[in-house]
Write a protein that binds this ligand. Structure first.
Ligand SMILES: Nc1ncnc2c1ncn2[C@@H]1O[C@H](COP(=O)(O)OP(=O)(O)OP(=O)(O)O)[C@@H](O)[C@H]1O
Ligand SMILES: Nc1ncnc2c1ncn2[C@@H]1O[C@H](COP(=O)(O)OP(=O)(O)OP(=O)(O)O)[C@@H](O)[C@H]1O
Lengths: 218, 218
């Protein structure tokens, strides 16, 4: 169980906070605005309406003891840098900060953020990736040239074996690593495994060959 | 090659546009603000400074012929709904729209968006997931109970076989589907495969058992 502090409970911060709280982690939410605090109180156990002005404020709230702090303040670049610096000065071992511009992110890294997040850019990349190859809904990057892609089996694949579809290890451009069939997960499926309607596949692909996957958007 | 129109070239929209353009797709960028258009002109081949007021505007720009249009207007909810509706009315076959609030998203879906994106929320979930299990950097959901997680092999695993680490198919809670070793991808690794320093693993896991993965954050 992690102890996590989230400062800034806008859409990004509140989502981080509520998602972690939903998994049983201890989440402390901080926001200077009453409206955000009231909204968050329904979902988080510990929410405080305050602004952090010095290291004493951080320690008073016990925030120096958390495993990780997320500074999710967006528009106010000054407040974001100051808040992050206070948390670092208070000894928080891991501080992750959201940046609004590339320069803002550079400053945060120089000042000592362990990780800088660009929420709009990272969602933009995720959408671009899902548009690139219709049918590919999620993706893991294994290296700059190889990735694992999740896709719903197109109608054209149903009834065919992985071998026939050139998705078995015999053909290294694309290899089906796993098939999710309802509640059943088939790891390392055999070349003679036959695709059924509704199958979800995790396929390792050379990124440059992604467009060759015979996919049709449903 | 896809033809994609992106209306609204803020951080989210411009990222979608430039990422797709970088992969060789034909991207048309539209924004009503000169500053955004100038900024985008360095990166996209076709950028137009305009606001879409009726279906004729859409057709005049040839936007009705694209494969997919992304409405990436954020704060102006009215403009986002109106712009999306014009694209649908002009016959664009797939329109994906960004929403700023849950209600905004509900309206977009009622009006006919094929997909609604919440950039801040989706990045918030991604960060929460990476914080949940330190060391897990990326994730694909196969079902609500099973996922594929990417992780860097912790020091404790180096030198051990997948069997010894209980990551082979003999132990269905966690199965290593692939190992990325530098430029080499090992799909469906054998139980006797020995982990080396720097190995990146894709492991299928029961979501409820995620915290049992013996991970240590590096
Ligand atoms: N100094 C501060 N201390 C604590 N909270 C702050 C401070 N400055 C801003 N906030 C809060 O941070 C939250 C996020 O700030 P932002 O300006 O990005 O708003 P937003 O656009 O609503 O956020 P999001 O994009 O996450 O929805 C807001 O709820 C705001 O009240
Ligand atoms: N009616 C419109 N037609 C075309 N572009 C528009 C229209 N309304 C707003 N835009 C543009 O959409 C872009 C995104 O709008 P938003 O208000 O979300 O700005 P932003 O916060 O900078 O965006 P982001 O969060 O993606 O960085 C802006 O560049 C804006 O100029």
């Amino acid at each position: 169980v992690q102890q996590v502090a989230v400062i800034g409970l806008g859409r990004f911060g509140l989502t981080v906070a509520r998602t972690l709280a939903g998994w049983g982690h201890e989440v402390y939410g901080i926001d200077c605005e009453e409206e955000q605090v009231q909204h968050a109180k329904d979902e988080l156990t510990h929410v405080v309406q305050t602004e952090l002005y010095d290291v004493a404020d951080v320690k008073e709230l016990g925030l120096d003891e958390v495993d990780v702090a997320v500074v999710a303040i967006g528009a106010d670049i000054e407040a974001s840098i100051l808040t992050m610096t206070l948390l670092l000065e208070a000894g928080v071992r891991r501080v992750i900060t959201r940046a609004t511009t590339r320069l803002h992110g550079i400053i945060l890294q120089r000042v000592g953020a362990h990780d800088v997040i660009y929420p709009e850019e990272s969602s933009g990349e995720m959408l671009a990736r899902s548009l690139r190859a219709p049918g590919i809904t999620e993706h893991i990057e294994l290296s700059s040239q190889v990735g694992i892609n999740k896709l719903l089996a197109p109608d054209e694949w149903v009834g065919h074996t992985l071998d026939e579809l050139r998705l078995s290890a015999a053909d290294p451009a694309f290899i089906a690593l796993a098939i999710q069939r309802g509640d059943e997960t088939i790891a390392a499926p055999a070349p003679e495994e036959r695709i059924r309607d509704g199958d979800v596949l995790a396929v390792v692909c050379q990124e440059s060959k992604l467009d060759e996957l015979p996919l049709v958007a449903r």
